[in-house]
Design a protein around this ligand. Structure first.
Ligand SMILES: NC(=O)c1ccc[n+]([C@@H]2O[C@H](COP(=O)([O-])OP(=O)(O)OC[C@H]3O[C@@H](n4cnc5c(N)ncnc54)[C@H](OP(=O)(O)O)[C@@H]3O)[C@@H](O)[C@H]2O)c1
Length: 305
């Protein structure tokens, strides 16, 4: 394992969204960030483009208040240029500079290549490509480790197989609904990489459960999935455990996952996360989950195969 991670990593894709610098709303977001740093969870996950840079800016303000220890606990990601879509070596270096300026740090323990969709795989790994920029940053010591972070499992498999990354992050593909990242995580494990599994709640439906407007992987959950989740909710209710605790433990208990990243944007959610993580799931729940049969996952990564 490249990093000394804890079972849970706190995700901040929504932190600071829509806040203006100096506003009361920003202040409230900085307070939340301080609570994230006060938690026992080792790392906080952000990205250059989360909330249009406001996630890093808010974390930076919290770091300025809290000092050196906090500065070692943030993992970020480099993103394509938001205007041109450029995602080559030079853009990676610029993205890293933007990130360190917002966070007010010189160095990061881990920096991921984030959602490399505006370039082909060959462009990303080729001469002058984004991966070259990441390797340079690692060689210069400005980042401790490099990773790749995105969704589509077939694409992630190709990046993992290059053998150049220390960590991988896949989202919404290793949940009770969809396990298509399993071979990617197994391959990463073989290579000694740190494995992050993001979005154990499918960014929605697996926390509050099936209901009108519920989402899976940032899209409306189709009726067949809503029905399947409702059946799982009945299993959970029969054993007196919340659906969200089962969804979380599915990831945390897996020997393929080093750390599960959960999106947290309030102190209340942070407290709830710790309660969910402390819930014991009876073995019968896993057997009854299995008996439900595979969920009708709406994720379709065939374009990347
Ligand atoms: N490409 C990438 O690298 C990538 C992609 C996706 C995610 N990630 C990382 O992984 C993190 C997690 O992903 P995510 O936030 O999209 O998905 P997630 O963790 O599966 O779900 C977060 C959602 O669950 C809800 N939730 C959390 N705890 C809850 C509770 N106790 N009861 C009810 N609802 C609860 C939150 O609702 P509220 O909004 O109401 O709090 C939020 O909408 C991100 O923040 C990011 O750091 C990375």
């Amino acid at each position: 394992m490249a990093l000394n991670v804890s079972p849970l990593t706190l995700g901040t894709s929504g932190l600071g969204r829509g806040t203006e610098p100096g506003s009361r709303e920003e202040e409230a977001a900085v307070d939340v960030a301080e609570q994230l740093f006060a938690s026992t969870h080792a790392f906080i996950d952000t990205s250059n483009n989360y909330a249009d840079g406001r996630s890093e800016a808010v974390l930076g303000r919290a770091i300025a208040r809290l000092g050196a220890d906090a500065a070692t606990r943030v993992i970020s990601k480099v993103d394509a240029d938001p205007v041109t879509g450029a995602f080559d070596r030079d853009r990676v270096l610029r993205s890293f500079d933007e990130t360190t300026a917002r966070l007010g740090v010189d160095r990061l323990p881990l920096l991921h290549l984030h959602d490399p969709f505006t370039v082909t795989f060959d462009e990303a790994i080729g001469r002058g490509g984004a991966v070259e920029g990441l390797i340079e940053l690692r060689e210069s010591g400005r980042v401790g480790a490099i990773g790749v972070a995105a969704g589509p499992a077939p694409l992630m498999a190709r990046y993992v197989d290059t053998g150049v990354f220390d960590a991988v992050l896949v989202h919404n593909r290793f949940t009770v609904v969809d396990q298509s990242a399993e071979p990617v995580f197994a391959a990463a494990r073989e290579l000694g990489m740190t494995v992050f599994n993001a979005a154990p709640f499918g960014a929605g439906i697996l926390a509050p459960g099936a209901r009108a407007g519920a989402m899976y992987a940032y899209r409306p959950a189709p009726p067949a999935l809503q029905e399947w989740v409702a059946r799982l909710e009945r299993v959970c209710a029969a054993h007196g455990v919340p659906l969200a605790a089962v969804a979380l433990d599915f990831s945390v208990r897996s020997p393929l996952v080093d750390s599960t990243i959960v999106g947290i944007s309030s102190a209340r959610r942070l407290a709830q996360l710790d309660e969910l993580a402390a819930t014991t799931i009876p073995a019968e729940v896993w057997a009854e989950l299995e008996a439900l049969g595979p969920a009708p996952s709406p994720v379709d990564d065939s374009a990347y195969a």
